[in-house]
Design a protein around this ligand. Structure first.
Ligand code: 5GP
Ligand code: MN
Length: 339
């Protein structure tokens, strides 16, 4: 982040402000960890802060410190709109285009007069924020929030609560420190967060070892549906609404399923198609190994985006049509998908 921007933000935060902090729709560990960490930090400085999530998030994140104070736009539109319109500053975290919060909330954010600050690590940021800390090389928005607090010269304000939130997002976005986005700096920060009171073992347990039996049955069903397209070094999984209902799907239950495809030797791209009858869309997650960019792939064909090795998208067709379209596109990528 440029010094002039840091100085401007320091000046802005000198007096108590009304601040709204926003993660993306269907927030994950990094989105909730970063927004809650910033919430605790700003409250500690004497600001009035609120985290407004566009919609609900998984149970396995609902132990995070401060989770009970998060308001959801989807269920409290009026109150959230008022909060946003009354705010002086809006932080948008872990996304870089207002479409990522959904149409209605996006419009409210767009028209709000507050000063907007973006902290994000996704590709191709839109130009809606006055101050932008955007870096696609950093593992997670949580790592960036740690840096942001450090830029402001206040690392010593990172207590056990903030450290716990930040460690959670770094852990989830790096696949427990295994993805190539993990750097020595990531591990140094994680080490510092441990020193400040983040309990790595408890956090891992809360996020990964608190699932239901039904979720494991759903995983079994997903793995039963896994198809390998050997010619394209690609594997995909599909889950229909009927299958999700059969195992009483809850938000977050399919988190991580897509990675199983990538665990097969030689697979370069793994995809999961999940039917969502309520929203009338097929939600698609893409993962890749090496230089194959699923960000470009999702952006070009499935109205999505993300990072080089992890991206999301959607299709407004039936589940079968989405899969057929996907398969029909692959020949054009045959060379790029070679290992
Ligand atoms: P996931 O597959 O876990 O939903 O998302 C993988 C990555 O891509 C995450 O960093 C997520 O924020 C991003 N992502 C997911 N869906 C979309 C989308 O529709 N558009 C864009 N631009 N990014 C997405
Ligand atoms: Mn992230």
């Amino acid at each position: 982040m440029e010094n002039t921007q840091i100085e401007a933000i320091q000046l802005l935060l000198k007096q108590p402000k009304n601040i709204v902090i926003v993660p993306h729709r269907n927030p994950d560990g990094d989105a909730m960890g970063s927004t809650l960490a910033l919430y605790h930090y700003l409250k500690g400085l004497g600001h009035k802060a609120a985290v407004i999530a566009p919609n609900d998030y998984p149970e396995f994140l609902k132990w995070l410190p401060g989770t009970q104070s998060v308001v959801q736009f989807e269920f409290n539109e009026e109150a959230c709109t008022t909060l946003i319109n009354r705010s002086d500053v809006i932080f948008t975290l872990d996304f870089n285009d207002l479409s990522r919060v959904g149409h209605q909330m996006g419009t409210v954010l767009e028209t709000a007069s507050a000063i907007k600050i973006m902290i994000d690590h996704h590709q191709q940021p839109s130009d809606y924020a006055k101050y932008m800390y955007s870096n696609v090389e950093i593992s997670s928005t949580c790592e960036m929030v740690y840096n942001f607090i450090a830029f402001l010269g206040e690392t010593d304000k990172i207590d056990a609560v903030i450290a716990t939130c930040l460690y959670t997002g770094i852990m989830t976005d790096t696949g427990s420190f295994r993805f190539p986005s993990t750097t020595n700096r990531t591990l140094e920060i994680a080490g510092d967060l441990m020193k400040r009171g983040a309990n790595h073992s408890d956090i891992h347990n809360q996020v990964f070892d608190t699932h239901s039996y039904n979720r494991l049955q759903l995983l079994s069903c997903a793995l039963g549906n896994l198809t390998v397209l050997k010619d394209y070094n690609t594997a995909y999984i599909s889950l229909s609404q009927e299958e999700l209902d059969r195992f009483e799907f809850k938000k977050g239950d399919t988190e991580g399923f897509v990675n199983y495809g990538l665990s097969i030797k030689g697979i370069v791209m793994a995809v999961i198609f999940i039917e969502n009858v309520q929203d009338d869309i097929i939600k698609i997650s893409f993962r890749s190994k090496g230089s194959f960019s699923v960000n470009d792939f999702a952006r070009s064909h499935f109205n999505g985006g993300g990072h080089t090795n992890a991206a999301g998208g959607r299709s407004e067709t039936s589940l079968n049509e989405a899969i057929e379209k996907f398969i029909s596109i692959l020949p054009a990528y045959k060379q790029q998908l070679a290992p």
